[in-house]
Design a protein around this ligand. Structure first.
Ligand SMILES: Nc1ncnc2c1ncn2[C@@H]1O[C@H](COP(=O)(O)OP(=O)(O)OP(=O)(O)O)[C@@H](O)[C@H]1O
Length: 329
């Protein structure tokens, strides 16, 4: 992907290695990296499907690219810049990340807002300043948004359309989509996919889309990236994937995941036969602090910024939720 091009890639990942940090910002001792030896390069116009089984590391990779997790700036470049360190990438709208959370970090009324508050779709969408009115009208039409929808009373699909619209208002150069079309109806999803294809073909935008849903995607991507256990398994142009397999995209991915599961099972059986634990230690992102003989506390990195998550873990005692400087929402 892009090896033959002389232009710098829109997205460049080089020897990426990442472990979720413990409370002190360091990986838990003895843990294997969650993402390891990951390399990928994407050019303008590329539309890349990121596939893999649950827990493979897709969201983690997208969050790293979206500047939400800190890594060595040389490992991940977006538009030639480090997404974590160069916050102007996201504030300018050049880099847009759309994930499953009901939150948009667009500058609306000057701060991050929840998309579930008592406010109209119109206020949300028109509250973003510096937007080309023609682009805004087109997005409202593509996503078939009724501007009078009240966000706290909308359906999940309606709210999702507004969220997607807000994420696309600025003419992004790189768009990271973490399965956000699950709530959309068939028409909204098809229209959105067409719009995104057009953005790549006409404006040279680059998109990575992590998904488990292959409806309407048969000829949508230009590239396929398959990740398993945080490691890159395949990164190929779509036509190469089609040469390798005459199955549909969904069946092709299914066959990869089946093979992966069989290999996992075999590996676990072998580990067990050797008297080793079935599962390797990949690090939980938790760490015990204090004197265990007294009242040691297990600190949990829950991936949320401080004070934003009100939650308890039923049945667990001596647990303290905390956040970490190197993780952003
Ligand atoms: N904040 C966190 N701290 C520690 N570990 C985490 C954190 N978030 C995710 N993980 C772990 O990282 C691994 C990869 O998770 P990730 O969400 O990237 O997978 P995914 O491929 O997106 O999965 P899915 O298809 O289920 O969305 C999982 O084993 C998960 O438990």
């Amino acid at each position: 992907m892009g090896e033959e091009s002389t232009k710098p890639p829109m997205i460049g990942i080089k020897n990426l290695r990442f472990t979720y940090p413990g409370i002190d910002g360091h990986p838990p001792p003895g843990s294997a990296p969650l993402i390891d030896d990951f390399n990928l390069s994407l050019n303008a116009g590329d539309r890349c499907l990121l596939v893999g089984s649950n827990g493979a590391g897709k969201t983690t990779i997208l969050k790293i690219l979206g500047g939400k997790h800190m890594v060595d700036p040389e490992m991940v470049r977006v538009l030639g810049r480090s997404a974590f360190h160069d916050t102007s990438l996201t504030s300018s709208g050049d880099l847009s990340y759309l994930g499953g959370e009901w939150r948009r970090d667009v500058a609306f009324a000057g701060f991050e807002v929840s998309i579930q508050m008592d406010v109209s779709a119109e206020k949300m969408i028109y509250g973003v300043s510096g937007i080309d009115p023609q682009r805004r009208e087109e997005l409202i039409k593509v996503l078939d948004i009724d501007l009078s929808w009240r966000m706290h009373k909308s359906s999940d699909g309606q709210r999702r359309r507004v969220q997607i619209c807000m994420g696309l208002l600025k003419p992004f150069k790189v768009l990271l989509l973490d399965e956000i079309t699950v709530d959309l109806d068939v028409l909204a999803r098809a229209n959105l996919l067409n719009y995104l294809r057009k953005e790549c073909e006409e404006r040279g935008a680059t998109i990575i889309y992590a998904t488990h849903i292959f409806d309407g995607l048969e000829n949508w991507p230009t590239h396929m990236v398959y990740v398993a256990h945080g490691k890159l398994q395949l990164a190929l142009p779509l036509e190469k994937v089609k040469e390798m397999s005459n199955l549909s995209l969904m069946r092709t991915v299914e066959s990869w995941l089946r093979k992966e599961r069989e290999e996992d099972r075999k590996r676990r059986r072998e580990r067990k036969a050797k008297g080793l634990p079935e599962y390797e230690n990949r690090g939980e992102g938790t760490r015990v602090v204090g004197d265990p003989a007294k009242h040691a506390v297990r600190l949990i990195n829950n991936g949320w910024a401080g004070g934003r998550l009100n939650s308890t873990v039923a049945g667990e005692e001596n647990f303290v939720f905390s956040s970490n400087r190197v993780l952003r929402q």
